[in-house]
Design a protein around this ligand. Structure first.
Ligand code: APR
Length: 308
């Protein structure tokens, strides 16, 4: 096949992501993990489902990076997940070493690839991968926005009893407590939800979205969300591989856009074959803008602790 995608980390997010992409059949996949047998076993299992799904994807699992050579897109999911009593920020130190090592290996074998970061704390890990890879910012960005908007969209659709397809949501900023959700720009068939729902209900949905990851961690007890995250990654991969020019919210390195410099936060971008092809600058109110700047400050503090 002409397209090649590597997924590093064959755990819940990585393997489910591999499955979702394999089902669509437009790229070959290499699944990598440090645990011997794990990526090989999961890849074989996915491969054996291909005839039923009419997918000609070739998928292999491996413990080395040689097989990832010349990937078009590399998705990094390797790392620890958040425990119920652990904040995203506490994950930082634990995942820093893993992401550094993985990024070096990825770059070594695929110097022209596009990297999609999934490992948390997302914004900081994306910043780290940009630093380690030395890739331009259009080729290294992170998942979060597509995940946070799909969560908000699903809550809005359930509340209003409408199809999820009719709901658009606007989420910016940090992937975590300092996320900035803009109800004014979140719509059902073009109508802002501020005209469809009482403020109190909107506040509840916003709060639930901000705590979306923690709600699932609390329920699962071990591990964290992976169905929605893997669906979000698959959508990003598809936008790139099929050159869709789709506008999706991604964790993006800002260099002056929105008045923010040297910081990775979520903003809407156009995704196509070259990765981020345009950063979309929304017109924000003064209040929204200051919330975004505060959100960026939360990320900056975390990044500072990495001493890059
Ligand atoms: N190289 C390759 N794989 C690694 C490495 C490494 N250096 N270190 C850990 N891994 C692998 C683990 O062996 C494990 O299989 O990463 C995988 C992580 O899988 P899970 O523990 O199932 O975690 P998952 O739910 O997939 O989440 C992964 O995504 O959403 C974020 O917060 C989440 O940071 C976490 C990441």
């Amino acid at each position: 096949m002409i397209n090649k995608i590597s997924i590093i980390g064959a755990g819940n997010v990585g393997a489910t992501c591999a499955q979702r992409i394999a089902d669509r059949g437009y790229a070959d996949i290499v699944l990598v993990d440090i645990i011997e047998g794990l990526p090989q076993g999961k890849a074989l299992d996915i491969l054996e489902s291909a005839p039923i799904l009419s997918s000609d994807t070739r998928i292999i699992g491996t413990n080395s990076y040689q097989e990832t050579a010349n990937s078009d897109v590399v998705v990094i999911t390797s790392g620890l997940t958040r425990k119920p009593d652990m904040s995203r920020d506490e994950l930082l130190q634990a995942n820093m070493n893993i992401v550094t090592e993985v990024t070096r290996n990825v770059v070594n074998y695929s110097p022209n690839c596009i990297i999609i970061m999934v490992t948390n704390p997302l914004d900081a890990m994306t910043h780290l991968a940009i630093h380690v890879s030395q890739f331009p910012r259009n080729r290294v960005f992170g998942l979060s926005g597509v995940l946070d908007t799909t969560r908000f969209r699903s809550f809005i659709a359930a509340e209003l009893d409408v199809s999820v397809e009719d709901v658009f949501a606007c989420v910016l900023g940090q992937h975590g407590e300092a996320m900035v959700i803009i109800p004014r720009l979140s719509t059902v068939c073009g109508v802002p939800i501020t005209k469809l729902l009482p403020q109190e209900t909107i506040n509840k949905l916003v709060e639930r979205t901000i705590r979306g990851g923690a709600e699932i961690v609390g329920l699962l007890k071990t591990g964290s969300a992976f169905y929605a995250p893997s669906a979000a990654v698959a959508q990003m991969v598809e936008a790139i591989i099929l050159d869709k020019k789709q506008i999706l919210p991604c964790a993006t390195y800002l260099d002056g856009e929105y008045g923010i410099k040297d910081t990775v936060i979520t903003v809407p971008v156009k995704l196509g074959r070259n990765g981020i092809e345009q950063i979309i600058e929304l017109e924000l109110t003064a209040k929204e803008k200051s919330a975004l700047i505060n959100s960026a400050k939360a990320v900056q503090q975390l990044v500072k602790t990495m001493k890059l």
